[in-house]
Design a protein around this ligand. Structure first.
Ligand code: FAD
Length: 305
């Protein structure tokens, strides 16, 4: 039943008419629990508050699967604005973005132009930029763009998903770039031809890549709400004497907030992924897919209307 609900929400997450409607009508159905607001001004307030609680941030202007150049350019300009806001307001925040919002589905030329504009501003403001990882069909292209940009800019990282079979090899191949990587389980609906269908195999692979990347001496962001993965990382860094400035934990805004504070109290670096913007629908559906218990919030939201 849980798997069926998960598939249902992942299916809904790609619905274009719903995405358009959601943009038009603004944050609804309890999405405000996971999204920091529709404007950069609202997001800045949220980040300021999180920073005051010793939580660092990565901000994400929501948007994905953009199919025209004008929109991709607008998305890129929003990212530049977000970077400027981080600099101006002296926030402790990085930036996350998606290649499909920069024009990946349009042309490589558009993505590279937009990414270079963003990275120039990010370099000026000393802001680190992470390329989120999307579905399998875009994974190879995203890694390729990352490695090309990494040879031009230092302040860039990307994401590796434990559910993909290709991941172990990606971690090995990327080691040549000493990359700062965010490791996650993976949030998209993938076929068993490319991804582990069983959670236990995903978890096993997650542990494996956490260990490899850390022991390779690379900066590692362990992005998970799963206590088993967090405890595994704590034991590993203790055993191998990995310094605390070589890794951090990351969680999504609005999820396991108490646990975030506990990790800060224990002296770990804890980064919160803070999405904002009007294109909240796909992101929100993936959060519901991860934890169908959150559907209760949606139903309460609907009842209130
Ligand atoms: P799960 O296996 O989903 O959950 C394990 C356990 O965690 C649960 O059993 C429960 O005990 C606990 N838990 C989970 N959620 C909750 C909750 N809401 N409340 C209480 N307990 C909970 N995916 C991508 O594909 N690409 C990306 O670029 C990407 N970036 C991410 C960035 C960040 C900062 C994070 C945290 C996640 C990102 N993800 C990304 C999503 C990721 O791939 C997973 O889909 C998501 O994190 C859920 O997996 P999990 O590791 O939290 O564990």
């Amino acid at each position: 039943m849980e798997q069926a609900m998960r598939n249902f929400f992942l299916f809904l997450s790609k619905n274009k008419p719903m995405t358009k409607l959601a943009k038009k009508y603004g944050l609804r159905f309890g999405a405000g629990r996971f999204v920091a607001g529709s404007s950069i001004l609202q997001a800045v307030e949220v980040i300021r508050e999180l920073n005051s609680q010793n939580l660092v941030v990565t901000i994400d202007y929501l948007g994905e699967f953009v199919d025209n150049e004008r929109e991709a350019n607008e998305m890129a300009l929003e990212c530049v604005e977000a970077i400027r806001a981080i600099g101006r307001e002296k926030l402790d925040s990085q930036l996350s973005l998606k290649m499909t919002s920069m024009g990946l589905d349009i042309s490589e030329e558009v993505v590279m132009k937009n990414m270079r504009m963003i990275l120039e501003e990010a370099t000026k403001q000393n802001v680190f930029v992470t390329i989120d990882m999307e579905d399998y069909s875009r994974c190879g292209k995203t890694i390729d763009i990352f490695t090309r940009l990494k040879s031009e800019y230092d302040n860039i990282g990307t994401v590796i998903q434990a559910y993909l079979y290709r991941t172990e090899k990606d971690i090995d191949d990327l080691n040549a770039y000493s990359p700062n990587l965010r490791l996650v389980k993976g949030a998209y609906k993938e076929s068993p031809e490319v991804a582990f269908p069983e959670k236990k195999d995903v978890d096993e692979n997650f542990k494996k890549i956490i260990k490899t990347h850390l022991l390779n001496g690379n900066y590692t962001a362990i992005a998970t709400h799963d206590d088993e993965m967090i405890e595994y990382t704590k034991r590993l860094v203790e055993e191998y004497k990995i310094p605390r400035d070589q890794f951090e934990f990351q969680m999504l805004f609005g999820i396991r907030v108490e646990r975030q504070h506990e990790l800060v109290k224990e002296g770990y670096k804890m980064r919160v992924y803070v999405p904002y913007g009007t294109d909240w629908y796909g992101y929100f559906m993936r959060r519901l897919a991860e934890r169908p218990a959150n559907v209760a919030f949606v139903l309460k939201g609907v009842m209130k209307k």
